[in-house]
Design a protein around this ligand. Structure first.
Ligand code: C2O
Ligand code: CU
Length: 543
């Protein structure tokens, strides 16, 4: 396996979008950031220089980093921030990941502009489980705020209310033809008739699942979160923040140009989304007069189309062949039930914009996570007391009808603390992720660091522990690192706790992270030497 070395210079760079110019935080001046390429099993060494004016960390989303959480990146979970003017060398060890992943800043909301794709191709002498595409096209869905993102966050947290929505969605950094002053920059890709393209899609949007569709073309889904799926054809996809999807697009339509378009999905009408549509252009090479304007996809679902979400999701099945065998644990030793809720906290001043003069909070099992002062990994490794507690509950402390209509107000109040859940090495774990109807409920894309997990079941309403497991798929459940729990629904995931370390789990909606919808696992060392944490590198940033 190969070692790839990269240099990431994090710095402010002026960018013009939507008729005005501002400085944004970038890597190497690029927005979206550089696409990194590797093959399965390779290692990347990335020297991150912070030349900006705010703290930063970089996370390698979906890379398991076996026994080496030191380079995982979430601020105050596995490392202290890289301070302005300092540098940190991260070692990213790929194992069995194959397909598209991505990297992003993991400190406040800096991932809004500090993100990029990580493309992992099959290792030498191995192949794609589908005919080799003629070319690859990264498609990064993103977002743009006219104001400074850090100011948006500060105002949001100070007000106690919900976040201001962004001013545009982006495809590869561009808002597209339907937004003011954007036409010249619209992302355009040229294709040749008869060829097949692998679209490597990342949803780097902060707070929304996104629909995506290409006018006149069907697309074939072949993978997600760097694991292969049984291929299926579709007119549109829905992708949650944090998720990645690999798609094949055959250029088999009449020579012309066509819009690719994306818009937000809102599981709870009225909750934070922008109703605009971003577009990019797919243009066939050749001598012809293109239609004007390009046609928009007529299969792009509407903002509130929950059926479109559910039917797309239902098609995800792990490839499960000889080269890519399925390893779902059949005998579960640890059963966990986690509720994900939006809650309230008493507000210190009278000006809070949250419900009934309170401010918003969010929780897992009714604990709203508080970021510690020293990262949990360091505190665990060096046995520093007083940084975190290890009492994160296995089941919610309050039993109630999670998705019922009128929920008693006392369930809305949460504890604020830093708790981890400890897992013995080798435990086989099932977690039922249960959404709740507190404050109406929304969907929650839940991401676990350090692992991929099998999604053995999901549904709407309350999880029924007698009936629902009877319908689990333990033959070819999709292998994911991020799973969107439907609004007032649930998802059941399974994994074997064979990667020691400290691993963050959180909703990938940024506003929910800020409100505390986070928790962490500590997976203990195993008995043999190769089941233990590796030592930290000498240049870990200090707190
Ligand atoms: Cu994509 Cu904890 O992050
Ligand atoms: Cu959420």
């Amino acid at each position: 396996a190969f070692v790839h070395r990269h240099r990431f210079i994090v710095k402010e760079t002026p960018y013009t979008r939507l008729c005005s110019t501002k400085n944004i935080l970038t890597v190497n001046g690029q927005f979206p950031g550089p696409v990194l390429y590797a093959n399965t099993g390779d290692t990347l060494v990335v020297d991150v220089y912070n030349q900006g004016s705010q703290n930063i960390t970089i996370h390698w989303h979906g890379v398991k980093q076996p026994r080496y959480p030191w380079s995982d990146g979430p601020e105050f979970i596995t490392q202290c921030p890289i301070r302005p003017g300092t540098k940190f060398s991260q070692k990213i060890k790929l194992s069995d990941e194959e397909g598209t992943l991505w990297w992003h800043a993991h400190s406040d909301w800096s991932r809004a502009t500090v993100n990029g794709a990580l493309v992992i191709r099959p290792a030498n002498k191995t192949q794609y489980p589908f005919p080799k595409p003629n070319a690859e096209i990264p498609i990064i869905l993103g977002e743009w705020w006219k104001s400074d993102v850090q100011e948006v966050v500060d105002e949001f947290l100070a007000s106690g209310g919900d976040v201001n929505i962004s001013d545009a969605y982006l495809i590869n950094g561009q808002p597209g033809d339907l937004y003011p002053c954007s036409r010249n920059g619209t992302y355009k890709v040229t294709v040749d008739y008869g060829k097949t393209y692998l679209l490597r899609m990342v949803n780097a949007v902060m707070n929304n699942q996104m629909f995506f569709s290409v006018a006149n073309h069907q697309i074939t889904v072949v993978g997600s979160d760097a694991a292969y799926l049984k291929p299926f054809k579709t007119d549109y996809v829905i992708i949650s923040p944090g998720q990645t999807i690999d798609l094949l697009l055959e250029a088999n339509q009449p020579l012309n140009h066509y819009y690719m378009a994306s818009r937000a999905y809102s599981s709870n009408p009225g909750i934070g989304y922008d109703n605009t549509t971003t577009t990019a252009i797919l243009q066939y090479r050749g001598n012809y007069t293109p239609s004007s304007p390009p046609s928009l996809p007529n299969h792009l679902p509407n903002h509130n189309d929950t059926n479109a979400f559910a039917s797309f999701r239902g098609k995800f099945l792990f490839l499960a062949n000889k080269e890519h065998p399925m390893n779902v644990p059949l005998n579960v030793t640890i059963n966990l039930l986690f509720t994900f809720s939006v809650n309230t906290l008493p507000c210190a001043n009278e000006s809070c914009l949250g419900p009934n003069g309170d401010k918003f909070a969010a929780s897992v099992n009714n604990i709203s996570f508080v970021m510690p002062q020293i990262d949990i990994l360091e505190a665990y490794y060096k046995q520093i007391n007083g940084i975190y507690g290890d009492d994160f509950p296995s089941v919610p402390p309050l039993k109630f009808n999670y998705t019922g209509d009128s929920l008693p107000v006392e369930f809305q109040r949460v504890d604020r603390k830093t708790e981890v859940h400890v897992l013995e090495y080798g435990s086989t774990v099932e977690i039922v992720l249960q959404g709740t109807n507190l404050l109406g409920g929304v969907d929650h894309p839940i991401h676990l660091h350090g692992y991929s997990f099998y999604v053995v079941g999901w549904g709407f309403g309350n999880f029924d522990k007698e009936k629902d497991p009877l319908n689990y798929n333990v033959v070819d459940p999709p292998l994911q690192n991020t799973i969107a729990i439907p609004r007032n629904g649930w998802a059941a995931i399974r994994f074997t706790a064979n990667n020691p370390g400290v691993w963050f789990m959180h909703c990938h909606f940024e506003r929910h992270i800020s409100w505390g919808m986070d928790m962490a696992f500590i997976v203990k060392d195993g008995k043999s030497l190769d089941e233990r944490l590796l030592p930290p590198p000498p240049d870990m940033p200090n707190c």
